[in-house]
Design a protein around this ligand. Structure first.
Ligand SMILES: [Zn+2]
Length: 283
């Protein structure tokens, strides 16, 4: 099998926990939602999809969102079990929700210790928290970042809009990450979706300004990527690939990857974005 890609943003989560009205949104906007449910029930189904697409490893995005989506802290246990089925190919992403924790330090210790979570997801528009909310006193969030930094665990932060009913897009601006990068200089930060479709300049600026800040391109239709980031090649050393499947409107794992591969950028930039940079972040 010839693998050449690492997909750092796949929503393999316990979709069975999703609140019914959100399930409707998923069914309406994602033709492969049933397939996604099977992939979540059985890692072998997902491995087959990865094999077909030529994806070597996948980041399994999980985050706590009890009030909006219905995902409780249990998604961390869930993804831990799932990823252990194939640890060389699955990278478990988990989350501590700053508004739904009484002991964020203990929860982070659990995630990064016993549960084997390898990256943290923060979702400002779904968790109703600015990514820099700790500068205004949200101590739980400060602890989450400090622990991630100490464990050497990267943080993926959602930026840009979300179409889920109830998502609050005032939290979508990546510029708040400027604070996080300054205050946690050893923390690796992945800017998921590059702020699309509103804040690409901000994302590009942050990636160039901070050594540990990366652009993560999931959720951007690849054929729009160079329109959104015309100078992508300049940040090819700081950009990582993701599909966002099965997010709303995202075609198959393979279709997204094939589109990316068709872009008119150099082969060396493609190799870095698809694989080499991710290998440095997740050896
Ligand atoms: Zn996503």
């Amino acid at each position: 099998m010839d693998f050449d890609a690492i997909d750092l943003h796949v929503h393999i989560t316990n979709w069975r926990m999703l609140r019914p009205e959100m399930r409707e949104t998923m069914r309406r906007t994602q033709k492969q939602f049933e397939e996604a449910l099977s992939a979540c029930d059985d890692p072998r189904v997902f491995l087959r999809l990865m094999d077909e697409a030529g994806i070597e490893r996948a980041g399994l995005i999980n985050y706590v969102s009890p009030d909006l989506l219905g995902f409780t802290f249990e998604v961390n246990e869930w993804v831990s079990r799932y990823a252990r089925q194939q640890p060389d190919r699955f990278i478990a992403f988990g989350s501590v929700h700053p508004h739904f924790t009484t002991d964020p330090a203990a929860e982070m210790d659990l995630l990064c210790g016993r549960l084997g979570i390898r990256a943290i997801k923060v979702h400002p528009p779904h968790q109703f928290v600015f990514s820099n909310e700790y500068v205004r006193g949200e101590e739980n969030l400060r602890i989450i970042y400090a622990k991630a930094q100490d464990f050497g665990v990267p943080v993926t932060i959602h930026t840009g809009t979300s179409i889920f009913p109830g998502a609050r897009n005032k939290f979508a601006n990546p510029m708040d990450i400027d604070d996080v990068a300054i205050d946690f200089p050893r923390l690796k930060i992945l800017i998921a979706h590059g702020g699309r479709p509103l804040y690409m300049n901000e994302s590009f600026f942050l990636v160039r300004r901070f050594q540990n800040v990366y652009l993560e391109i999931s959720g951007i239709p690849p054929l729009k990527l160079l329109e959104y980031f015309p100078r992508l090649e300049e940040i090819a050393d700081k950009t990582v690939y993701g599909s966002d499947w099965p997010g709303p409107g995202v075609p198959s794992l393979k279709a997204v990857l094939d589109q990316f591969k068709s872009l008119p950028i150099s082969d060396s930039a493609k190799r870095k974005i698809l694989r080499e940079n991710a290998l440095k972040i997740f050896p």
